[in-house]
Design a protein around this ligand. Structure first.
Ligand code: PLP
Length: 370
């Protein structure tokens, strides 16, 4: 994009953002434009570590067998995924990314009478689907500390006569973690006819993650669905593997809304990555924490405020309309997160490699001093 194109793009952006009900969808499409060569991708919370070597080797070996669906082999794959979380095979639903499972949950557990209830801002996909299905969506602002207001989520569900509460933990886009006590309170105070969907796409990045996970409530038989993904810490976003964990009766209700088996090649990669998880996850978590810590220290030195991050992205206060910052960074070869209204003065940046983050700091400083 040239400098002359910049104002035109801003006008286009404003038009897109005015598109009311399709707001979130439009915001996501902003960064799906054709990108210049050499773009630094800090926009989708991916992991540049990529698939581990064992996953790549497993895919190499699986490729010649990719002419078959391998239906009969999937039960063993589901059982292995379930075992990795201490669950039985009938307690997991494997999908093309956790997106497919989140969508299945919205299909299965919302209805004309049962709304989707969620904090705002949060990951938009569940609300987008609910809107498209004509479901009511109840949006509850975050607290002043950028956390989900669990009392109000429960109250809204009670007033609606039940529904599906979606909670992303750590939350996208804030990168903030809900304290374990708050999650416990919510699971213990779910109103009748209410289900809790906890999206743990980024939980692997949190130290002591297993203690904080809502999987414990699934194991206790609570009306809770937990989603996990291979897209983030495992570095396999393009392979599209994720899964949901819940009581067998809840999994049965979601299953009809899944499209079928996932890619055989991706499934082999996921199994190989799971086998490496005990080593891979802490190693990657530590590396991420180091690079993220460097960014946070740099921000503090320069007086930039940010929300204390727990995941592989940071929400930084830019004190101006974030759309202009997003555009200016894009123009200089750095793709960052979309706007997340109402946090219109905050920028979400994913943590990339050390080299990428050094470049981000240079360009971010230039843009904000301009
Ligand atoms: C909170 C959250 N949940 C789910 C997803 C979807 O991930 P996937 O479908 O790749 O598992 C994303 C993607 O960015 C996300 O941020």
């Amino acid at each position: 994009m040239t400098r002359r194109q910049f104002p035109r793009n801003l006008a286009w952006l404003a038009g897109v953002l005015a598109a009311g009900g399709e707001r979130a969808l439009a915001q996501r499409s902003l960064l799906e434009r054709r990108a210049p060569a050499g773009m630094i991708w800090l926009n989708a919370n991916e992991n540049p570590d990529g698939p581990c070597p064992q996953a790549i080797e497993a895919m190499r070996q699986a490729l010649p067998q990719a002419w078959r669906y391998h239906f009969s082999e999937f039960p063993d794959i589901y059982a292995a995924v379930a075992r990795s979380e201490g669950l039985a095979a009938e307690q997991v639903l494997v999908g093309a990314g956790s997106s497919e499972v989140l969508c299945a949950a919205v299909h299965a557990f919302t209805s004309p009478a049962r709304p989707l209830i969620l904090p705002e801002p949060t990951y938009e996909l569940p609300a987008e689907l609910a809107v498209a299905l004509g479901r009511r969506v109840i949006r509850v602002p975050l607290t002043e500390g950028y956390l989900a207001d669990v009392e109000r989520l429960a109250r809204e569900a009670a007033q609606a006569g039940g529904g599906l509460i979606y909670l992303c933990n750590p939350n996208n886009p804030t990168s903030a973690l809900l304290p374990e006590g708050r999650l416990k309170w919510l699971t213990e105070n779910l109103p009748p006819e209410t289900l809790l969907l906890v999206d743990e796409a980024y939980l692997h990045y949190v130290e002591g993650a297993e203690q904080i996970s809502a999987l414990r409530y699934v194991r206790e038989g609570a009306p809770v669905v937990v989603t996990r993904t291979f897209s983030k810490i495992y570095g396999m976003a393009g392979l599209r593997v994720g899964f949901g964990c819940a009581r067998a009766d809840l999994i049965r209700r979601m299953r009809p809304f899944r499209s079928g088996v996932i890619s055989w090649v991706s499934a082999q990669a996921a199994l190989a990555a799971l086998a490496e998880a005990p080593r891979l996850i802490p190693e990657r978590r530590q590396r991420l924490a180091r690079i993220r810590g460097e960014l946070c220290a740099w921000l503090r030195e320069r007086g930039f405020e940010y929300i204390e991050p727990q995941a592989n992205f940071v929400m930084i206060r830019v004190n101006r309309d974030v759309r202009t910052v997003i555009e200016a960074l894009w123009e200089r070869g750095i793709a960052v997160g979309r706007p997340f209204p109402p946090l219109d003065h905050m920028l979400r940046v994913s943590i990339g490699t050390s080299v990428e983050m050094t470049r981000f700091r240079e360009v971010f400083e230039q843009v904000l001093s301009g």
